[in-house]
Write a protein that binds this ligand. Sequence first.
Ligand code: NCN
Ligand code: DMD
Length: 359
Amino acid sequence: MNLIEETVAAIAPLDETAMRDARDHQARLTKPPGSLGVLEELSVKLAGLAGRCPPPLPEPAAVAVFAADHGVHAQGVTPWPQEVTAQMVANFLAGGAVVNAFAAQVGAGVSVVDIGVAADLEPAPGLLPRKIAHGTADMTLGPAMTMDETRRAVTTGIEVAHDLVAGGVRCLITGDMGIANTTASAALIAAFTGLPPERVTGRGTGIDDATHARKVEIVRTALARHGLPGEDAAPLDVLAAVGGLEHAAIAGFVLGAAVLRVPVVLDGVIAGAAALAAAALCPDAIGACVAGHRSAEPGHAAALAALGLRPLVDLELRLGEGTGALLALPLVQGSVRVLHEVATFDSAGVSGKDAGARN
Ligand SMILES: O=C(O)c1ccc[n+]([C@@H]2O[C@H](COP(=O)([O-])O)[C@@H](O)[C@H]2O)c1
Ligand SMILES: Cc1cc2nc[nH]c2cc1C
């Protein structure tokens, strides 16, 4: 067995006992029951992931920004030149991007993974050189990746998760950079959910109506070429056909988080598409996933609905890089800190809800 199959086989469901303990504990804390809304179930999920209540605080946190280029760029699906992927990687490494500002704001580390940037990149502190290929092939003409490339990218994502956790990280955050990757995301989401291309294809970095209409047709053409959605299409075959190297790596990153029982906060539509692939490989992997935010891309809401995940933040962001997930990090950490630090009615001597009722 290799790392992908070993990882999938080792991922266990959420621990029901720890979840029950967390629900019971939430009910004893000095607040009206349910008053922390969505954050209560989030803390319960993280207890189930850790297998104990309270679960460890999800800190320190680190975002891994998986960067790659896309052959489908040649079809005119984005107004940005392909070299912006490498240029933005340099910007991340220099500390000048929004991901750097938001990571600093919430105290998260930033690692940039070259999983498939078209240009050759100079070594730099913070850059993990893991290039599998110089971008993908054009999915409208053939498979975007070979099966070997796909498997190596997924494996690399698992390994990056292991390396970060071995270095002490206790909350993983997905990030991505790849001009044209919203086209691959739309194709993956259509393939995994069965929704039509016009429902899941958005405007990415910003395109006019004519370009959007062409983008929808490009997604439709690619799906038809590869016989997707297909009832017995294996998840890795779907990734190879219409995915990107960063999608494959992020799918592996999610599997790695799940096997290590560490939460992974998902960013936008690219992470949503990748998480669908991870869930198709191993449904229990969703147990490690927290939807950081909902991006403005229509496919993202569709992906989150299919995954059964509720986004924590909804600010019409459509940047990627990990930015939306980083903004959600304090919510994730706060939900767990409540289980550690908030007094119970008993310990604080606060009267319970019906203690003063006459009958
Ligand atoms: O995170 C999102 O939901 C998101 C939505 C729109 C665009 N992006 C980012 O924009 C780039 C892809 O956009 P495009 O239009 O070139 O496909 C890529 O670098 C993504 O990180 C990201
Ligand atoms: C400038 C720029 C920054 C980005 N960050 C993530 N995707 C991006 C796309 C562009 C074009």
